[in-house]
Design a protein around this ligand. Structure first.
Ligand SMILES: Nc1ncnc2c1ncn2[C@@H]1O[C@H](COP(=O)(O)OP(=O)(O)OP(=O)(O)O)[C@@H](O)[C@H]1O
Length: 300
């Protein structure tokens, strides 16, 4: 691996024990991983595969049973490294009776950020996560999506170099999801390192540079998203403005070369793109927009 490693785990293992100290669950089994500066790294796996355990080990909230985790070259159990880390947990843990400004001010004080820097940063973050209109409202009145946004702002209050995001897009509508993904990409553009866990594979595919797939606490796959998803023995050609005759000619060429034509039709867009274009279209041109559904072809 060429980049500068921000996270390194060596045979990292965690066994949860019961009250009597007997072995209970082997949540993580000898994980070897490197995450480099400036990449967006996705941690995937089914429920109970060890993702949250890994994140908690990296944060130093849990002690490993075996192996080691290094963050910025320091043991994960060294709490001083947490000054350079931002964390968005899966469940909100924020105080419901504070408003957005008070929440960010509270966390800013925990990091000993000077008052003038804090004020400026709070304002910038509130605008970044688009909760400007709700900055004075108590968090108990926030929707799930707004809670996710203030959670991200809180995770960024210390201007961290490494950001750990557990299910960052959960509870967000498609526009909020797109904005969250754009914010994650922006963080990478600023040279920050992001590690995210998500069950929403399309979101992971959209933003992550590399992924690891865990299953029952074991690392099953690791690599660049683009190379893992490339289907080597299939060639895809996309062209615009072809006549039927030209399509037939192409089919003929493929068959003459003993290739197998798998598909030759019009591509479909994604539901996300369709949704976003309808919403931005209706914002640009307010009014009712009803598109008649194509009538089904009558059958005899
Ligand atoms: N505090 C705990 N005590 C005992 N077992 C635990 C504890 N925390 C997690 N586990 C177990 O460890 C395993 C891994 O859990 P973990 O929360 O890391 O999975 P996950 O991949 O984050 O799952 P999810 O996608 O559901 O959030 C599971 O079998 C879980 O039941």
């Amino acid at each position: 691996m060429s980049g500068e490693a921000v996270i390194e785990t060596r045979a990292l293992s965690k066994v949860y024990r019961d009250f009597w100290g007997r072995q209970k669950v082997r949540a993580l089994k000898a994980l070897d991983l490197e995450v480099n500066k400036g990449e967006i790294f996705g941690l995937l796996g089914p429920n109970g595969s060890g993702k949250t355990t890994t994140i908690k080990l990296l944060l130093g909230l849990l002690f490993p049973t075996d192996g080691q985790a290094l963050i910025f070259g320091k043991p994960a159990t060294d709490v001083s490294k947490n000054e350079r880390i931002g964390y968005l947990p899966e469940e909100s843990y924020l105080y419901k009776f504070l408003n957005a400004e008070e929440t960010l001010d509270f966390y800013g004080r925990l990091f000993d950020i000077p008052a003038d820097v804090r004020k400026e940063r709070i304002d910038k973050l509130i605008k970044l996560v688009k909760i400007d209109g709700a900055r004075k409202r108590q968090l108990r009145e926030y929707s799930k999506g707004m809670t996710r946004r203030i959670g991200l702002a809180q995770a960024l209050i210390n201007d961290p170099d490494l950001i750990l995001l557990d299910e960052p897009t959960s509870g967000l509508d498609p526009i909020g999801t797109r904005e969250m993904k754009d914010m994650i990409l922006d963080l990478r553009d600023q040279g920050k390192t992001v590690v995210m866990c998500s069950h929403l594979l399309a979101d992971v595919q959209d933003v992550c540079d590399r992924i690891a797939i865990l299953h029952q606490g074991e690392l099953k796959e690791l690599g660049r998203v683009d190379s893992l998803l490339t289907v080597e023995d299939v060639t895809q050609i996309r062209a615009r403005g072809l006549s039927d005759a030209c399509r037939d000619e192409i089919k003929g060429v493929i068959s003459r070369h003993e290739g197998e034509l798998l598909e030759c039709d019009n591509p479909t867009t994604t539901l996300e793109d369709l949704f976003l274009s309808i919403v931005s279209d209706s914002e640009a041109r307010p009014g009712r927009r009803v598109v008649a559904e194509a009538a089904p072809t009558p059958t005899n």
